[in-house]
Ligand binder design. Structure first.
Ligand code: F7E
Length: 343
């Protein structure tokens, strides 16, 4: 019988970590997760995987070399999926040091230690469309990078040095997925999509008055996280390591996302005003959406729209869940959970 592959996922408690762990277990891997301790403990879907013996987790943090070293020695992974990150762009302007320590130095710790215990290790790095920053769409693997936040700068430097650089210098099997925004019911509530679906569900149930947002004009290429984790595994099964843009090829504004979420809840919003004075009213004329400049970023990425033809051609990958299905899935999950809590 062929030996089971061992995968180590850093950032296991994020939405991607949990979907990827489920997928790898189903594909017959032994799955290990590096879990950052928080006072709230691991999210329920991670606990469930652990209790079902589909996932073993080890406490640690990519900011701490000694734990990274110990975990690599203990697990000796064949494949490493480095998903750990300070992943919030707005927050990265507030905590640039922490962002760099996790998103750049952290990658160095993971890659160096993984190589040290297994020179044939394969490493997937969660790179990001934010690296394109100010570059106009559509963005693909040949587009220039132009990062505009500490988050994007740290991610780009890690990609260049530890993924492209180590591939060239040491022949390491290291590859980046340059993922555009990907969402799900497990998305944190401080990202705009989940903030919208959770707040609108609360408004619908009479549990919240108003939703405050930042830039409604920003355009994003939003896909479903469950589709995107499939590509992470595929990237590591290729003969040679390559970087891939992963996206849906459709772009929408934040306002469009609000409209789609409202529609999924049988609500209708009428927009009035511009910039900081723009508001959204419900059918009774009540303001339920307003702009709070607190959520503006010092430097915004205005438009992202990915061209994922290389992934389609070489990996046979394409997204399965449409934008409307994604929004509906997120809205329904929030609405049902809130309804359950209040009944
Ligand atoms: O913002 C605008 C905001 O925080 C999306 C991360 O996974 O995807 C994500 O980064 C847009 C931005 O995601 C609010 O200005 C308006 O234009 O949901 P977000 P993000 O910054 O695009 C990339 C690919 C990653 O790699 C990142 O790790 O929405 N926006 N009003 C708002 N954003 C937030 N968070 N909150 C608002 O109230």
């Amino acid at each position: 019988m062929a030996k089971k592959k061992r995968a180590l996922i850093t950032g296991i408690s994020g939405q991607d970590g949990s979907y990827l762990a489920e997928l790898l277990f189903d594909k017959g891997y032994d799955v290990y997760g590096l879990l950052r301790r928080t006072s709230a403990g691991p999210p329920p879907y991670i606990e469930d995987l652990h209790l079902a013996k589909k996932l073993s987790y080890v406490y640690g943090n990519v900011r701490d070399l000694s734990t990274v070293r110990m975990v690599m020695e203990e697990v000796r992974p064949d494949e490493v999926y480095n998903l750990a990150a300070q992943s919030h762009v707005w927050v990265s302007f507030k905590v640039p040091d922490e962002t760099w320590d996790t998103n750049y130095y952290g990658v160095g710790r993971v890659v160096n230690e993984a190589m040290r215990v297994n020179k044939d290790v394969r490493i997937y790095q969660a790179s990001t469309s934010e690296m394109f920053g100010a570059t106009l769409p559509p963005q693909n693997e040949r587009s220039p990078f132009a990062p505009v936040s500490p988050y994007a700068e740290s991610k780009l430097k890690a990609h260049e040095e530890f993924i492209v650089g180590y591939r060239e210098k040491y022949g390491l099997f290291a590859a980046s997925g340059i993922l555009f925004n990907h969402e799900s019911p497990r998305r944190g509530k401080h990202f705009v999509t989940r903030k919208i679906t959770h707040s609108l569900a609360k408004i619908k149930l009479g549990l919240q008055e108003k939703l405050l947002l930042g830039n409604l004009e920003a355009k994003r290429d939003w896909g479903y996280a469950g589709d995107y984790v499939e590509v992470m595994r595929l990237i590591l099964q290729q003969q040679k390591p390559h970087d891939y843009v992963i996206a849906t090829g459709e772009t929408r504004t934040v306002r469009d996302f609000v409209d789609a979420a409202a529609t999924a809840l049988d609500m209708h919003i009428t927009w009035k005003g511009k910039g900081k004075s723009e508001v959204g009213r419900d059918t009774g004329g009540k303001v339920i959406i307003a702009v709070d400049p607190e959520f503006y970023r010092p430097h915004e990425v205005h438009q992202l729209l990915g061209d994922a033809r290389k992934a389609r051609r070489e990996l046979g990958w394409k997204p399965k869940v449409s934008f409307d299905q994604l929004v509906e899935m997120m809205v329904k999950s929030d609405y049902d959970a809130l309804k359950h809590q209040t009944s």
